[in-house]
Write a protein that binds this ligand. Structure first.
Ligand code: ZN
Length: 302
């Protein structure tokens, strides 16, 4: 339904056709006059004004920003990302605001929440994962993606963002297998990912190809002697348990024996994993204990 009478739209058309200005000026003023008269006509019901004309805030999409300072950089993000149950931020935000303080901490650039001791690039990586839709560069190479996810994993572990940590580990899992074995062990231990560590131990212990001590000691992620001894011990157990004739495992279905080719020449993978779990049991249990004793955000070794 048109709000204006049709004649109101005609005035421009009429001017465009070069008709006499005076005649049509009268038309326009007549039209405007009739509009004004209509607005004042008591027969039109008045618009109902609600008692409280103030709009309400949407429950989901009225996002309050929060300002952090990390190093010498300010970051401003939606607060909801940090309102994660069980984290230090939940406790921080639930504190009653100081009534004598007019401006709450984190509300603007002049009064940011200082995150002391946090590495700026790791915090940026953490935000990249926490707010994926705001990540600008989608064409980053895999190495950059890996570095970002590791930086995010560092802070997700440190701040006990359990769900986010699981997601990061899931995204990192395909990438981690392409890394050097010693780096995998280092990263798995640092961020307490038992699955990665167990898979890497198995790879080293189960392989039928030669394993040089020198390679296990190569920097920067050289292994400790206890771990090296256990890996060789399991290799010894596996090779001595090798069947004299070809057998097929009833559990995993893999064949092993003299005619088998590849890593399962001596035993199937499920038996290899059982050996790993037996000999590294204490280490795995310690890793799965409370992540809270992950006290400091560790520096990522080059
Ligand atoms: Zn098996």
């Amino acid at each position: 339904m048109s709000l204006l009478p049709l004649s109101a739209f005609n005035c421009h058309e009429n001017r465009g056709r070069g008709d006499t200005a005076g005649h049509h000026a009268t038309d326009v003023s007549d039209n405007l006059g009739s509009l004004a008269n209509r607005a004042e006509t008591p027969s039109i019901p008045p618009i109902t004004v609600p008692a409280n004309p103030r709009p309400r805030r949407d429950k989901c999409f009225y996002l309050e920003p929060i300002t952090f300072q990390v190093g010498n950089t300010l970051f401003r993000v939606p607060k909801t990302g940090f309102q994660v149950p069980g984290t230090v931020f939940e406790a921080m935000f639930s504190l009653p605001s100081n009534e004598t303080k007019e401006i709450a901490e984190g509300s603007n650039d002049d009064n940011p929440i200082h995150l002391h001791g946090i590495d700026e690039s790791k915090f940026r990586a953490f935000l990249t994962v926490l707010y994926p839709s705001t990540s600008q560069d989608v064409t980053v190479d895999e190495e950059s993606q890996y570095r970002t996810l590791i930086g995010a994993l560092d802070l997700a572990t440190f701040w006990e963002f359990t769900k986010l940590r699981k997601e990061i580990i899931s995204n990192l899992s395909p990438m981690i297998t392409t890394r050097n074995d010693l780096e995998i062990i280092f990263i798995s231990r640092k961020y307490r990912v038992v699955d990665w560590l167990c898979a890497c131990y198995k790879k080293l212990a189960w392989s039928s190809s030669e394993l040089l001590i020198k390679s296990l000691l190569s920097p920067p992620f050289s292994l400790d002697w206890e771990t090296i001894a256990k890996i060789y011990h399991i290799r010894d157990l596996i090779s001595r348990s090798g069947a004299n004739s070809n057998t097929k495992c009833g559990e995993c279905g893999e064949g092993s024996g003299p005619s088998s080719i590849g890593p399962n020449r001596f035993c199937c993978s499920c038996r290899a994993v059982k050996m790993i779990e037996t000999h590294f049991r204490e280490e795995f249990l310690a890793m799965e204990e409370n992540l809270a004793d992950f006290l400091e955000p560790p520096a990522l070794a080059a």
